[in-house]
Design a protein around this ligand. Sequence first.
Ligand SMILES: N[C@@H](CCC(=O)N[C@@H](CS)C(=O)NCC(=O)O)C(=O)O
Length: 221
Amino acid sequence: MSDLHLVIGNRNYSSWSLRPWLALKATGLPFSETVLNLYTDETTAWLAATSPNRKVPLLEVGTLKIWDSLAIIEYLAELAPAAGLWPEDATARAIARSVSAEMHAGFQALRQHLGMNIRKRFPGYPVPAAALADIDRVQALWADCRARFGAGGPFLFGAFSAADCMYAPVVTRFVTYDVALTPAAQAYVEAMVAQPWLAEWSVAAEQEAWVIEKFEATWPA
Ligand SMILES: N[C@@H](CCC(=O)N[C@@H](CS)C(=O)NCC(=O)O)C(=O)O
C-alpha cells in the first residue's frame, strides 16, 4: 500500500479537515500530513495547483487523490475494515451513513452562525434563531442513535465510528458557543471531548498561531 498523506487546513477552524483526520487516526495506519494556513494567497495558489476541488481535506495515496471529507472516510473504511468506521450491523450502518450524509449536506445555519473556533469560548452566546432548529435536529438524531445503537459505548453507535468523526466539529462548536443541551447530548459531548484523538487535535488547535480574522466571531466585543 502506498503512503497515506492527508492535506488539511487550520486545526482551529477547518471542520472538514478534522473529520477525515479522526477517521485516519481510527484506522491506526501511519500517515503524514500537510497543514495549510487557509485563505492566504499562497495557500489558494497551492490548492489550485494541487487539489482537484481547490479545497482541503485532500488524501493522497501515491498518485491517487481523494478529495471531500466523506469520500475520504469511505475510502478509509474500505482500506481498514477492522477499524469499524461503519457499524457492522446493516441497520446501524444505514443509519450511520444517513446521519453522516445529513451532516455533510446540511445544518447550514449552524455552520454559518457557529463557525468552528476551538480556541474560543463565548459564555452565554446568544445563538441566532436560525441555528436553533439545526441544534434541535442534531440533538434529536444524537438521542436516536444513542438510544437505538449506543449500548456498547459512549458514542453515537456505541464504539467510535465515522458518524462521530462527522459530528466532532459540532461537538467543539457546542463547547465554544456554550450551547445549552439536553443531558443526553451533554453526555455525548463530554464523551467526545475526552476522546483521545479529538483531544489531541484540540490541543494542537490551541497551540496553532495562525488567526483568520474573518472566522473570529466578534461577540462579545
Ligand atoms: N464538501 C467539502 C468541503 C471542503 C471545504 O469547504 N474546505 C474548506 C476548509 S474547511 C476549504 O478548503 N477552503 C479553502 C478555500 O476555499 O480556499 C468536504 O466535505 O471536504
